[in-house]
Design a protein around this ligand. Sequence first.
Ligand SMILES: Nc1ncnc2c1ncn2[C@@H]1O[C@H](COP(=O)(O)OP(=O)(O)OP(=O)(O)O)[C@@H](O)[C@H]1O
Ligand SMILES: [Mg+2]
Length: 222
Amino acid sequence: MLSVTGLTKSFPSAGGEVTALHDVSFSASDGEMVSIVGPSGSGKSTLLSLLGLLDRPTSGSIMVGNQDVSGLSAAARADYRCRTVGFVFQSYQLIGNLSALENVMLPMEYAKVPKAARQARASELLEHVGITGDMQDRRPGRLSGGEQQRVAVARALSNDPSLILADEPTGNLDKKTGAKIIELLKGAAITFGTTVLLVTHDTATAKAASRSLTLEDGALVS
Ligand SMILES: Nc1ncnc2c1ncn2[C@@H]1O[C@H](COP(=O)(O)OP(=O)(O)OP(=O)(O)O)[C@@H](O)[C@H]1O
Ligand SMILES: [Mg+2]
């Protein structure tokens, strides 16, 4: 269960302050996929970076389960980013000199999973997202965009996160390939009970979610 209350984020700027997010409150259940839509600059990525503890809110709280994660120490924030949350980005963000398998193993290495176990789980997750056989040993440069995004989804799932934050995960993909990625994310919500927050500006993609939140000028309007 994710529960966000009064989340506000201001950035200093030349003319004073820019409020990227203003008093945002909502919750999302385990196993629920919620889409976040809104015009460019409305605060979607800012919201995800706060939820991923990549940045700190100006005010407000973020509860994951029954823990208020907005008040964690630096070490606990790093641990949260590694174990509790999985990220999927528009541009895949895989590590270019590691194989698909090694990319998926990496977060488990940070989480101190023994090598044999992380190798087995990475291979299993890659199979699950349709990356099979020798494709698992290829570097990202030798995989298509859709294949790379599948690897990114497997990586996001590696430490069995409570929350997946996906920022325009289909933005660089054709319609059909994008739909497959959304299916995988929705499947993860249903199968593993992960809460998935999906930022998209594509209405068809947004409809795959059980619910849609709309941001305008940093505020939730629906
Ligand atoms: N680090 C920063 N410093 C200053 N302003 C920022 C910073 N990050 C975001 N902003 C501002 O906050 C607002 C929201 O930006 P954000 O990236 O969250 O929008 P978005 O909804 O993700 O847009 P897009 O659909 O184009 O990705 C914008 O006005 C942006 O310029
Ligand atoms: Mg954005």
